[in-house]
Design a protein around this ligand. Structure first.
Ligand code: AMP
Length: 176
């Protein structure tokens, strides 16, 4: 059972750092959430019980903070999980896609053999900002011929309207 008083603390656990990692960016540090075991547990139970997770076949979580939430949700919901990783981290044959971040450019990779295993994926990350990162993972999934069943994040930065990029369902717990 959820204690929603606990969930109310969620926003207070997310510290904002102005001008990090670049001038003009208000960086939301979600690591405070996992320093409060009760809130983290309630959050994972809430996310794992969302229909977007229940109806998914498999999860792809995004390096690095997406792994924290994605793996806990996949454990709780008994869903298989793949990872989308930054350059130089994954062995074997890979598929790659470039993307623009709120504060820069990067690439993400997924193992070719792993992504063949499932037909449809739910993408999990910590924050939805411009949506460029999740779009990159969606493109990797489409490249493989699979479908995207949705995107789930802990935080959504609503002013950036990242969700308007997507034609699949998007769920977030905290809209700020
Ligand atoms: P975006 O591609 O713009 O939606 O950015 C999402 C990814 O970048 C997530 O993996 C976040 O961890 C990170 N990110 C983007 N903007 C911020 C922000 N303001 N604070 C913290 N992380 C961010």
């Amino acid at each position: 059972m959820f204690r929603f008083e606990g969930m109310k603390n969620l926003e207070s656990l997310i510290k904002t750092y102005k001008n990090f990692p670049k001038q003009g960016i208000a960086f939301k540090d979600v690591l405070g959430i996992i320093q409060d075991a009760e809130v983290f547990r309630e959050l994972i139970l809430k996310m794992a019980s969302n229909n977007i997770v229940k109806n998914s076949e498999a999860i792809i979580s995004i390096e690095a903070r997406g792994f924290i939430f994605g793996s806990a949700i996949s454990f709780q919901a008994s869903k298989p999980m793949l990872v989308a990783r930054k350059p130089g981290k994954l062995p074997g044959e890979l598929i790659q896609e470039k993307y623009n971040l709120e504060y820069g450019e990067d690439s993400l990779y997924i193992q070719k053999e792993a992504i063949k295993k499932f037909n449809s994926y739910l993408i999990i990350d910590d924050i939805l900002a411009t949506g460029g990162t999740a779009q990159c993972v969606a493109n990797l999934i489409y490249k493989n011929g699979s479908d995207v069943s949705g995107l789930l994040t802990v935080v959504e930065l609503i002013d950036l309207d990242g969700r308007s990029k997507f034609d699949f369902p998007v769920e977030s717990i905290l809209k700020i």
